[in-house]
Write a protein that binds this ligand. Sequence first.
Ligand code: ADP
Length: 528
Amino acid sequence: MAVTESARLKEVNQLKNRLYTNITHEFRTPLTVIKGMTDSIKSKLDNKQLDNLAYSFEMIERNSDNLLHLVNDMLDLAKIESGNLELHLKQANVIPFLKYISESFSSLANQNNINLTIYSELDRLVMDFDEEKLTSVISNLLSNAIKFTPEFGKIIIHINQIIQTENDFLFIKIKDNGIGISNKELPNIFNRFYQADASTIRKSGGTGIGLALTKELVSLMSGTIDAKSTLGKGSEFILMFPITRQAPASKKAKINKLSYKSVSNSLPMPSEQVLETDSDLPLVLIIEDNMDVAHYLKTCLEKKYVTIHAINGIKGIELATEKIPDIIICDVMMPGKDGFEVCATLKSDERTDHIPIIILTAKVTIEDRLTGLAHGADAYLAKPFNKGELFTRLDQLVSIRKKLINKTQKEGFNTLLKKRSKNPKLQFLKRIVKLIHENINNSNFGSEALAKKLLISESQIYRKIKAITGKSTAVYIRSIRLQYAKELLLNTKKTVSEVAYDVGFNDPSWFSRIFKDEFGFAPSETSR
Ligand code: ADP
């Protein structure tokens, strides 16, 4: 009977889907192992060996990344088919986001000598959208456009808001003047595993799954996608998404109020006051010549970080030395000084060498990584990155810093400083300790005097000491004095008062109190 037949077909289909999902899933573990093992082998090699093997590593990484990408796409497709892929909508200004995603492809386009233009008719359009899925859709269409457009070609992304049948839509057109698709093949391009040419024009491999997934994602977002193309002339893909405003608004009203056009040369800098009041939040310096990327980064980071922005490498170095940020995120390709040069300069300056630097790049090739490492970069982020990735990187760097702070506190400065270490952070601390020891009985030797001796400003030294030890300059100087006092008490026959004066305290009872605070026992208890 027809009913049982259709039930049976449904069951078979479900079974097929489950099998497909399971198998696809099974590919992920070995792939992750391959990638992990590659990293682990690499970490055991020295720079010269890495140099020799750079090409092989790059091949392993590129191929496993491609495979992982494909597996993830297939999983997403299966999830959509079984109704298990959910939308994560939020309400926000979609324009800077779209510009940022598109802009992330400009260096890839440049590398292929293709001109990529992003043109938006509006600066602001608040609507519901799913960041991750929209990224996937735009990335897919743009990487196709780049893949199928020869050198000196042109790609235009046109963004607008249009009204059709009384409904508002977000309109995105991605147009290229590349190889085009024939009329015969055009209807099939959204089918899974369909590839139009299979001939020599194909610049790089592909799987024919990208557009199938793109179409599914677009309809999951209640949108439509259309393709027009003329063989030999080029293709255009038109996306339309209905504009709704029901999802919870992301709390970025402050940033969104700022008209995007008014962000001319540099994003508004937090004044000293802002830095003071928000001083609990870490300060991030963004060095990025592209306003869209900078703006996006800034919106990602607000609430958890205070951000300042420099529009090129030279300004970035100036701002880094002036403000001593906690972390720097730096683009590679910039006019003037590129990201690697910025990295090298900051890492060889005593005032800034402790600051972790995240390098932002379009494609993380092994060469990039090596160049970056050689210049002292601490981490990489490939564009377009997602927020999760960004925060993971930032958290990793912050936790490494915390570890060092804990270590300095746990081991006591003295043991740590006795170690022969090339770590610039420890060398800096050693110099400070030496200066304080030289002036230990001078109660006036405080942060101002220290700054003068080190030839850097008080606020620079404050931020640097805070970053390495977690303490303010005054507290740090005091703890060095107390540490020295403890040694005197343990190793000499001096009285508590004598020691107090020796280490620059004019009031022995005050000295006793804070000594107890610092070590948990009174100075008088050491002599016994
Ligand atoms: P692939 O992994 O092969 O790129 P897609 O599903 O993304 O898979 O694309 C399917 C096919 O559609 C491609 O193989 C290509 O033949 C054709 N195609 C997609 N985008 C373009 C474009 N911008 N210009 C020309 N052909 C395209």
